[in-house]
Structure formats: structure tokens, C-alpha cells
Design a protein around this ligand. Structure first.
Ligand code: AGP
Length: 600
């Protein structure tokens, strides 16, 4: 989603720093880009619709500057075009902004009454207008920012240049991440540490309703009353976002193949013995677990629901974070709310987390990015060790999430005496030797490529399953939609005949996994029903089935239910990948999507 970079230096070298930062943030997804810098006392603004490369070409050759701000925009208010791209300048104020100004319409009318005119459809231009209005009124930047924070509803990470103030960048933050990097005679601002990692590892985190003034050798951070704050300087421990693609054609493919390592790395501290397993948090005092997340992370929650309910006899509900916020959540001290997020910055998940925290109920998180907003807000965090995930379509973060949730459910089942020691030891051994079961699934490439050839020109594809396999169908379908733009639907296998089977016609592809011996035969009967109506069925299973009615049967090794989802999802990930590749799609950066969804 939108990205921010800013820097002020004692040298005239900031344009490459801004462009480097924007390039690092590209993977988050955006549709236009822009930057603004001071050259010989004049403020230059360059903007483009499209890629950072185009912005780079637009900047006048040999331009030098010591202060500037830059942005990648993912449209929320107003079309994707140059006018709506950031920075926005109104009067004495020039800003880049991440987030959404929710009351922008009301503010726009008020500002228009005061004589302001706006060029764009963007809410950010209104924010710039409001800042300019207060600055003209108070002639004091602190008062201006404090008043702005009082009047604006919504989320914002703002980076601002002020006319006649050539040495300071101002920042303001609420509900959208913003950090300030400390360098040597050079300081930085970014929405995400990796954007400035090439230059510094040391940074301050801005919290909600804080603002800052940054010069080349001074960083001052204030609370909303204008009191100066003593903040802790942090050192970034994560890896760079621009990790190499190596020999892989796309990050997504690389990340799919990394799963063997990332799963192991994530569960490693817990799988050597039952004693290690019991170092995971004890959840036995809770009568209910609520899992709250978005997209693929929510799908990981559905896997956990199955495992918690079936094996540890713990009631578990899964919620979409965007819905959870506006529901009656029936919380009490016996409910643990678990939040799952790769980025740790998803606005809906963060807002739902804040809702639970405000009521003082217990929270636990499964998060990939350390020190992210969600990680910092949680009571307790268990980190997935997936490393930086660049491709918009989540793969290795998802399997790391389900692996971690699986061992958590296993430890809860053991603590509640719902599972025998011998069985637990067997499952731990399966985790330790996951290489042997996962590698054959990863290497079955020819099969996935052939299936992709059969489906890439289709318009509608179905994914069905029961229980865990239904949760996997949802994730398989989402992967295909995201990157190949083929419409697909996930259905509970038994539900198809209650309406949707009317859409099955000759040659409609239907994918299913049947990995649970109790309900396998039911799913297979449902597949036979669609085959009778002309569908072409692809089945993933650990069962020994030979049946020529299926177009393809993909075999996975027999493992316990705690590992099966990991093995089953990989064919779905790779089929989606090869299908998107045949269609010539922009696999790592699918249209309209963002890696980190920082607006609600
Ligand atoms: C996954 O492929 C998607 N890009 C998306 O659904 C994602 O999982 C969702 O936006 C949640 O993101 P998070 O894990 O960073 O919170």
C-alpha cells in the first residue's frame, strides 16, 4: 500500500536516497509515485502515474538537493492519475500522506468557504489545506499540528515540508505506521524500516498522536500537547525487504520453495520434545479462543479453529477483522483473542486488536514482522520466522502461521489431556522430518504446470472441501484469484448441491482436497456429482485412490492432521502460480493489490 520516504542531509545527495526507498517499498503495491525536494531554494514536485522508474526518468538530470519527501500511492480517494498522486501542495504546506482522512468532505467544504480551491480528488490535498489554514492562522507550527490532530478523523502518517523552512521535515502520525531513522548528519523518515535500511538501522517509532521535527542532525518528537518526548532509539533486527530473487523468476516462486525452511525455523523452538512444546503459552484457562485476521491470515485461523476444536476441545471462533470491529464480541476473561498478521500493519486487524485492548481482555498474536504496529500492541506475540515476504500473494507466511498455530493447538490438547503423549511425540517427529514430506510436493512441478495449461483459459473455477479441506479450498481459490485474475469460488463440498451446482457445466474445473479419512468419501461423492455434470476434477489426497474419472489425482504423503494442511496447500499455491504465469500476469505485484493493507 502507500509508502513514505523522506530525508534531510548535510549533503546534496538526497534524490537517490528517496528513489532507493521508494523502490524498496514497491513490493507493497502502488499505482502512482511522486516526490518533492528543494533545489536552490525552490520546491520541485514531480509526480507520475505508474512506476518509480517513470518517476526517476521525470526528475531533471543532475538535480541535487538536501531535503525531500517521496511517496508511492495506492488509490483510495480519487482515480489513479498524476493529479491525485502525492505530494500535495497547498499554500505553504507540501505533504505526502498514508491513510485516510475520513471527515475530508466536511473539511473540504469548510476550507472552500474560507477561499481554498482544490485541484485533486484526494483527501490528502484537504489535509494539506487544513494544515495551511491553521499555519496561516496561528503562525506557529506546533499549534498548527496540534489543532490538525484534534480536527481530523481517520488515519494518517504525514511527512511535511514547510515554505521558508528549508531544513526541517515535519511528521505527524495516527493509525498509520511511521518511523524516523537516525543517521550521521542525515536523518530519515519512512513508513517501513526496510525503506531506509541501506542507510541506517537505528530508528524511532512514532506512536499515535505524536509528531516530530527532523533536521539533518536533530530529531525531536512531541506528544499531542507539544511536550517533548524521550523516545527509545531502536535497532532494526529484521532482514532487508529487497532480498534477492536468486535464480527464481518471481518472488512468489522463491517464497513457495522457501517453505521447507521457514516452517522449520518457525516451529523449531517447540518440536524437539514435549518439554519444548510446553514452552508455548498455556491456553487452558480459556473457554473460548477468538481468532481475528484478514485474507490469507484469516484462512490460517480457520485451520487453527479445526485443530483447537477437534483436538484440544476448545471452542474457537474465527472473524474477519473488518467485520469484528462492528460486532458484539461477547468477550469476557475466559476468552483469548488471537490476532494473525504477516505484515503486522493491517489496519482492520490493528483496529480490532485495539478494540479488545481497550476492554483489557487478553490478546496473543501470530505476527511475522517484528516491531510492527500489531506486534507492539499485543500482550504477547509469537513470531513466525518466514522472513520478508515480498510477493503480494502470501505463501510462506501462511504456512508458517498454520505451523505455529498447529503446535499451539497441539500443546493445548496435551495440556488438557486430550491427546496421548505417544501421539504428541509422533507429531513432533513429523515436524522435525518435514523435509521428507514437503519436498516431494514441492518438486511435483510438471503436474502443476500441466494442470495450469488445462485451466488458464477458463473463466470460472471451483474449489471444494470439507472441514480442514474447506479452509484450504478458500485459500487455494484466493491464491488463484489474486494472481491469475480467474474468477473462482470456494465451497463447502456438501453445500454445492444447494444452489451453486447450477454453475457447473461441461469442462468446469473443480479442485478438491480430501485429506480427512472420516469425511473423505463424502467429498469424493460430491466430486462424482459434479463429474456427472461434465466437470473436470482435480483431487489432492493422501488416500490411495485410482480413479480415471478424475482429471488428475495429486498424492501427498500420509501425515497427521497437524501437518496435512501444509502439504495440501502447496499444490494449490503452485497451480495458481503456473496459471498466472501462462496468462502473463504480473505475479508478484497483481493489479489493484497491496502487500500491506494499511487502510480500513
Ligand atoms: C494474501 O495473499 C493476501 N495478499 C492478503 O489476503 C493478506 O493475507 C491480508 O491482507 C492480511 O495481511 P496481513 O497478514 O499482513 O495482516
Amino acid at each position: 500500500m502507500c509508502g513514505i520516504v523522506g530525508t534531510v542531509s548535510d549533503k546534496n545527495n538526497i534524490i537517490p536516497i528517496l528513489l532507493d526507498g521508494l523502490k524498496t517499498l514497491e513490493y507493497r503495491g502502488y499505482d502512482s509515485a511522486g516526490l518533492s525536494y528543494l533545489k536552490d531554494g525552490n520546491l520541485i514536485i514531480n509526480k507520475v502515474e505508474g512506476r518509480v522508474k517513470a518517476l526517476e526518468q521525470k526528475i531533471e538530470k543532475n538535480s541535487i538537493s538536501h531535503i525531500g519527501i517521496a511517496h508511492t500511492r495506492w488509490a483510495t480517494h480519487g482515480k489513479v492519475n498524476e493529479i491525485n498522486a502525492h505530494p500535495h501542495q497547498v499554500g505553504k504546506i507540501t505533504i505526502v500522506h498514508n491513510g485516510i482522512i475520513e471527515n475530508y468532505n466536511k473539511l473540504k467544504h469548510k476550507l472552500k468557504d474560507k477561499g481554498y480551491n482544490f485541484k485533486s480528488e484526494s483527501d490528502t490535498e484537504i489535509a494539506a489545506g487544513l494544515l495551511d489554514y491553521y499555519f496561516k492562522k496561528y503562525e506557529n507550527i506546533d499549534k498548527t499540528i496540534q489543532k490538525f490532530m484534534k480536527k481530523v478523523d481517520g488515519s494518517y502518517a504525514i511527512c511535511m515540508l514547510l515554505e521558508n523552512d528549508p531544513n526541517t521535515i515535519y511528521v505527524i502520525k495516527k493509525d498509520s505506521p511511521l518511523i524516523i531513522g537516525q543517521g550521521k548528519n542525515e536523518n530519515y523518515i519512512a513508513s517501513d524500516v526496510p525503506a531506509i535500511l541501506k542507510y541506517t538501522k537505528n530508528y524511532y517509532i512514532l506512536e499515535d498522536y505524536e509528531y516530530g521535527k527532523i533536521t539533518k542532525n536533530n530529531i525531536k518528537i512531541y506528544d499531542k500537547e507539544g511536550n517533548i518526548l524521550k523516545k527509545q532509539l531502536k535497532e532494526y533486527k529484521g532482514s532487508s525487504a529487497t532480498s534477492d530473487k536468486g535464480t527464481y523468476e518471481h518472488y512468489m516462486l522463491k517464497e513457495i520453495f522457501e517453505q521447507n525452511t521457514t516452517i522449520r525455523k518457525t516451529v523449531n523452538p517447540y518440536i524437539n520434545s514435549i518439554n519444548d512444546l510446553l514452552t508455548l503459552p498455556d491456553l487452558t484457562k480459556y473457554e473460548r479462543i477468538d481468532i481475528i485476521a484478514c485474507g490469507t491470515a484469516m484462512h490460517a485461523g480457520l485451520i487453527a479453529k479445526y485443530l483447537f476444536e477437534q483436538y484440544s476441545n476448545t471452542k474457537c471462533e474465527v472473524f474477519l477483522a473488518s467485520e469484528y470491529r462492528y460486532q458484539n464480541n461477547f468477550l469476557n476473561n475466559k476468552v483469548l483473542s488471537i490476532f494473525i498478521s504477516q505484515s503486522g500493519e493491517t489496519a482492520d486487524t490493528l483496529a480490532a486488536l485495539k478494540k479488545v485492548k481497550e476492554k483489557n481482555y487478553d490478546t496473543l498474536g501470530i505476527v511475522n514482522v517484528k516491531e510492527s504496529s500489531i506486534a507492539r500492541t499485543l500482550d504477547k506475540v509469537l513470531y513466525t520466522e518466514a522472513g520478508t515476504e515480498i510477493a503480494v500473494a502470501s505463501t510462506k507466511a501462511y504456512t508458517a502461521q498454520i505451523a505455529l498455530l498447529s503446535v499451539l493447538a497441539l500443546s493445548t490438547a496435551y495440556r488438557k489431556k486430550q491427546i496421548k503423549e505417544e501421539k504428541v511425540n509422533k507429531i513432533l517427529e513429523e515436524f522435525r522430518s518435514i523435509n521428507q514430506t514437503i519436498i516431494p510436493v514441492l518438486e511435483n512441478i510438471k503436474t502443476y504446470e500441466n494442470i495450469a495449461k488445462e485451466i488458464y483459459q477458463k473463466n470460472d473455477i471451483f474449489y471444494i472441501g470439507r472441514g480442514l479441506d474447506y479452509a484450504l479450498a478458500m485459500e487455494g481459490s484466493l491464491k488463484l484469484k489474486e494472481i491469475s485474475y480467474i474468477h473462482s469460488e470456494a465451497y463447502a463440498a456438501g453445500e454445492l448441491k444447494h444452489g451453486t451446482i447450477s454453475l457447473i457445466t461441461k469442462d468446469t474445473p473443480v479442485f478438491a482436497s480430501a485429506t480427512n479419512k472420516i469425511i473423505n468419501s463424502k467429498t469424493i461423492s460430491n466430486l462424482k456429482e459434479v463429474i456427472s455434470r461434465g466437470a473436470k476434477c482435480y483431487l489432492i489426497t493422501d488416500k490411495d485412490i485410482e480413479d480415471e474419472n478424475f482429471k488428475q489425482i495429486i498424492k501427498i504423503k500420509k501425515v497427521s492432521m497437524f501437518l496435512k494442511p501444509i502439504l495440501t496447500i502447496i499444490p494449490y499455491q503452485l497451480i495458481a502460480y503456473y496459471t498466472a504465469k501462462l496468462k502473463g500476469c504480473d505475479i508478484d505485484k497483481p493489479r489493484n493489490l497491496a502487500k500491506s493493507v494499511t487502510v480500513e
